[in-house]
Design a protein around this ligand. Structure first.
Ligand SMILES: *Cc1c(COP(=O)(O)O)cnc(C)c1O
Length: 451
């Protein structure tokens, strides 16, 4: 009798950990991590093992200095090619107020996709003029909120969004600066947002030109920007080039057909985590150079906007967790972690690479593990992870935990980790604690949860 195995969702994916030789040298990939001469993993000065045993709970720890360094790296890379360039942090990748504050103070604007995120950006102190508002199927309330706040740029993603925004402008007696989100034809494998998708307005078939004409005929709006966001965790300059070639083609065709030159070209986000790019010998400079080459073909001056999310915060948080069991099944050896996939969300191709908090003796054996949590879902945080095969090795530090994870947190199955924040060698503060979590469960479900 055939038994159906449906682990394809997990199996089809990469989810591969660092190689064994990379682990002791992790400092080369992430400068805030280092194994000291006793083999103990340090996050800045702090001993990861002691921190975890002391706190007695899984933790997600955000590092403000890494957020700042990531911002400077990506902003500087594009600034080297584009005068008047601006970087807008995609708020949806990380709502932690301390991280957004670091980004604002470093000079970033904010990219928001809803009225809720607009509130988050404004409460974090972003100047409305430094906010790009995206979204498809904009509600009248969202349109009103962006118009009332006076956001710098509102991007339209369908004709009805134009009508909704124009109505809000009439109510407030103002004119809005708008961008138009295009989906150009792309000739490359594995692009995240391709023609005919829910997001963006297709260039092919004339949808985009129709929207552009309608916007030009709408007195309440001023068309200033072309917008495109088509890739996610992109680690291939060739893929990036393919999408930007399409953006340049669209800009040139719009000038030809409508005589319109865009003041701003916004190319969205979509870069892979910084340390993973570095691991493949790449950096934001490589992507910025590609952007300069392709967008240079537009043939007139414009202000470039980028909207990175993952790049800014993914490697700016680590997870710390106990291992609660080791299990063998067939050829697979599993380590089960306390930190759950209810917070380290099971997202396509996102790996939370585990590191031992203490290196074993040099002659200790290592093995290949699949690392997963104890939820009743086949989710894994990492597959094919090299880790010491020693009985005392029951504490792990997980990389890549800072983007999207806590935003997509789900309240089922397990208590959330405590969230910590520190900036450089400064004090480690708790920004989400057990009491906050108790309040959430009480308000949502009426349960009193105890530690
Ligand atoms: C999500 C999103 C981003 C950020 O994407 P990353 O892949 O995290 O860099 C930027 N712009 C828009 C419009 C988005 O929806």
């Amino acid at each position: 009798m055939a038994i159906a195995h449906d682990s394809s969702r997990v199996r089809a994916r990469d989810l591969i950990g660092l190689e064994r030789h990379e682990i002791p040298a992790v400092h080369d990939l992430l400068d805030y991590l280092r194994y000291d001469d006793r083999g103990r993993l340090r996050v800045h000065g702090h001993d990861a093992h002691d921190l975890l045993t002391g706190a007695g709970a899984p933790l997600i720890w955000y590092l403000g200095d890494r957020v700042r360094a990531n911002y400077r790296a990506v902003d500087g890379a594009y600034r080297a090619h584009f005068t008047g360039h601006r970087t807008f942090a995609a708020v949806k990748a990380c709502y932690v107020k301390e991280c957004l504050t670091v980004l604002r103070e470093a000079g970033a604007g904010a990219e928001v996709m809803s009225a809720l995120e607009l509130q988050i950006a404004l409460q974090t102190g972003f100047d409305p003029a430094d906010v790009v508002s995206n979204g498809v199927g904009r509600s009248p309330e969202y349109a009103d909120a962006t118009v009332a706040a006076g956001v710098g740029l509102t991007v339209l993603d369908c004709p009805e969004d134009l009508a909704t925004l124009a109505a809000a402008c009439r109510r407030h007696g103002v004119r809005a600066r708008v961008g138009l989100r295009v989906t150009p034809p792309v000739d490359h494998e594995g692009i995240y947002i391709t023609p005919s998708s829910k997001l963006g307005v297709d260039w092919e078939g004339g949808e985009f030109l129709r929207l552009a004409k309608a916007a030009l005929d709408t007195p309440e709006v001023e068309v200033v920007a072309l917008h495109a966001h088509q890739v996610t965790h992109c680690s291939q300059p060739a893929k990036y080039r393919a999408t930007l070639a399409g953006v340049a083609d669209v800009a040139r065709a719009v000038e030809r057909e409508l005589g319109l030159r865009f003041e701003v070209v916004d190319i969205g986000g979509g870069l892979e985590t910084r340390f993973l790019l570095r691991r493949s010998g790449l950096g934001p400079e490589d992507f910025a150079a590609v952007a300069a080459e392709e967008l240079g073909r537009i043939g007139y001056p414009f202000v470039l906007h980028i909207e990175p999310g993952r790049f800014l915060t993914a490697d700016a948080a680590v997870g710390l967790t106990r291992v609660t069991a080791e299990k063998r099944n067939g050829e697979h050896r599993y380590l089960i972690t306390e930190i759950g996939s209810n917070v380290l969300i099971d997202m396509a191709e996102v790996t939370y690479h585990p590191l031992p908090t203490v290196l074993p003796a040099p002659d200790a054996p290592w093995a290949t593990y699949d690392v997963g949590d104890s939820t009743c879902a086949p989710a894994l945080v990492c597959r094919t992870a090299a880790l010491p095969d020693t009985p005392d090795n029951r504490l792990l530090l997980l990389l890549n935990c800072g983007a999207y994870s806590t935003v997509f947190t789900q309240l089922w199955a397990f208590r959330l980790p405590r969230y910590l924040f520190s900036d450089g060698d400064g004090p480690v503060r708790t920004v989400f604690d057990d009491e906050a979590q108790r309040t959430m469960y009480r308000a949502l479900y009426g349960y009193e949860i105890r530690p």
